[in-house]
Write a protein that binds this ligand. Sequence first.
Ligand code: BV8
Length: 233
Amino acid sequence: MAKIVILTGAGISAESGIRTFRASDGLWEDHRIEDVATPEGFGADPELVHEFYNMRRATAAAARPNAAHVALAQLERAPQHQVLVVTQNVDDLHERAGSQHVIHMHGTLFGHLCHSCDHRWPAPAISTAHDLCPACHQPATRPDIVWFGEMPYRMDEIWTALRGADLFVSIGTSGNVYPAAGFAQDAMRTGVATLELNLDRSSGSHIFDESRQGLASVLVPQWVDQICTAKPN
Ligand code: BV8
């Protein structure tokens, strides 16, 4: 039984029509990170931030999983592998493709959080800064998203899984955002084999044992097929 930890980023959802962050037509071209993806930006203009996430929630809801998401769900069902997907993405395409062991370290578009009482509930399609928390009835609704400067979710679980893995695979991420960008280094330090599947070389490509460039919808099914048919050593 091979334990595989897979980190995914915006690139795995690009072919599903969800914009990445740092491409030339990327999400950060329309908005400054500081204005829409930090607690300070939310404090300054909560309405702008709710609008930003309403737009992304609508795009994600209209998107469909692509062959890369489907291949990872197939891999999870392979009896000889134990798979954990750690995603930086806030869409739900891994779950909709059938993956069950998924950690959303940067939160989810489909959840709301009360910044007054910490209550969580499913996000409606459209939300505003005036929405009341169903638990404490304060107008303290925010997207359940991890912004810059905030601690990503379930880090202890992630680091434990990473250090106990046989293989760490990074798919569709530019390796710009920490702590996720440090996972390959963490894995390598504890003797875990590392593989990168990405459209372009990333800022961390040199760290990986192997780095393959191409479209996720091509590389991921190819890789899953390769390891599911490989003879056990
Ligand atoms: C933290 C949610 C510590 C929002 C996101 C000062 C203060 C505090 C922290 C910091 C600081 N200075 C720096 C930091 C650390 C900071 C950071 O890393 N900053 C960077 C910019 C330097 N990190 C943080 O703040 C993190 N928190 O450190 O907390 C702490 C400690 C104690 C106590 C409290 C706190 C929190 C980071 C999370 C921020 N939230 N997302 C939202 O989604 O709206 S990050 C955002 O970037 C997204 O989650 C995204 O997933 C993530 C990473 O981007 P990528 O996924 O890699 O996307 P990108 O566009 O960059 O790249 C896409 C890739 O896909 C490309 O390589 C491309 O080639 C490839 N691709 C494209 N198409 C395809 C493809 N590949 C294959 N096939 C294709 N078809």
